[in-house]
Design a protein around this ligand. Sequence first.
Ligand SMILES: Nc1ccn([C@@H]2O[C@H](COP(=O)(O)OP(=O)(O)OP(=O)(O)O)[C@@H](O)[C@H]2O)c(=O)n1
Ligand SMILES: O=C(CO)[C@H](O)[C@H](O)COP(=O)(O)O
Length: 438
Amino acid sequence: MELGPPGGSGPAEPGPRLRGLRGADAAASASSLSRFGAEAGCRASAVAAVLPAGGSGERMGVPTPKQFCPILERPLISYTLQALERVSWIKDIIVAVTRENMETMKGIIQRYQHKRISLVEAGVTRHRSIFNGLKALAEDQPNCRLSKPEVVIIHDAVRPFVEEDVLLKVVTAAQEHGASGAIRPLVSTVISPSADSCLDHSLERARYRASEMPQAFLFDVIYDAYQQCSDYDLEFGTECLHLALKYSHIKAKLVEGSPDLWKVTYKRDLYAAESIIKERISQKVCVVMDTKEDEEHVGHCLEEMLKTELNHVKVTSGQDLQQIILEQCYNFVCVNVMTSDFEETQRLLNMVEESNLSILYPVVVISVHFLDYESVPLGQKMEKVMQIREFAKEAKKRNILLSGLLIYFPQSPVSIYVTVPDWKNGLVEEEEPLQPSA
Ligand SMILES: Nc1ccn([C@@H]2O[C@H](COP(=O)(O)OP(=O)(O)OP(=O)(O)O)[C@@H](O)[C@H]2O)c(=O)n1
Ligand SMILES: O=C(CO)[C@H](O)[C@H](O)COP(=O)(O)O
């Protein structure tokens, strides 16, 4: 067994991704997930995940195994790892890779700074790869460096859109029933052809479901099943839930999964995956504050407001920008409270440029500046506007769409000012104090 690069055990982005949920629903779901996270944290070795990634992707019809195919320049498997790493209560992630792709995989782990990953050698079939992953977690193996989990998640490396809520559902159901798996309604009817390619019989579609991933098991249930199963099972079997039933006599609890859990199999699936990734990119924004103090106050107010519209909002005062860019954040709001120059925004633009993030997809940056309405003279205000324009022209050449937002505010805490344009002279010059309403 080989270990990936050492790294902290903290999640890359703690907290749930609540795609499709808004407002109160999102808040309720987030709180139940974080409660589980806290409980799982008490039992630090409770959950591990095994990812079979040793296939050759014949049906994809390209020379590169599909798990290493790039989507927006990043290998597919890296998205799957990112999705699992976000879940702070998954302690270890075991990836089964063929010997010939071991170096490629190590390179991906290093480049994208994946954490909590261990590598094992894949087998010649999916079941054998999974079995190798389980062996690495079992206590009865010599040189075992990992600890045996209570529950193990099994998830295909080529299903990148797994969310924390479905992982939580299968893990909780596995704790109660011994085994659990995600299912989806069938899209087509399943029929059985006879030897002469005529219809033998068809199944009643409404009574059947497609078995998807993730699945979760009490570790002993699935490990015992793999230890008992025949060579035929290991060679031709496609269903882990079936092994748990046949050898450990456990009836898996089935939970409804989202449509995005499908397995990337054909070339067209790569295009579909790219579209989903782009949609998620548009739902992700990072607010960069110029000081730690502002991150805590202004930043978190802004975060709450943006969260009602967007699925993923991150606020930072800049220390972890490199990591945020690495996780493919394409939208930034750079808030400058302390200074009226563009130093912070320039720093962000440089980092984005160095990362090559904008090569395939435009990066959007909004540079927000606060200026004291009373003390900054009009000429200086216009200068700011012109500076942003010049700045934006340069950035556009690098596929970075920069906009500027200048906010004038009065120092006096009791008055709110409205600006009345003087249309005759074309200048903004009159200010009317208003009393704030209750
Ligand atoms: N010997 C194998 C075969 C498959 N897998 C993994 O099992 C998952 C699901 O399998 P599948 O979609 O069938 O992948 P491939 O076998 O690569 O695809 P194909 O059947 O088209 O060749 C994939 O993550 C794949 O890498 C594995 O770990 N070891
Ligand atoms: O979908 C599944 C859930 O049970 C399969 O087990 C798995 O993804 C199948 O892979 P393969 O294409 O190698 O049979």
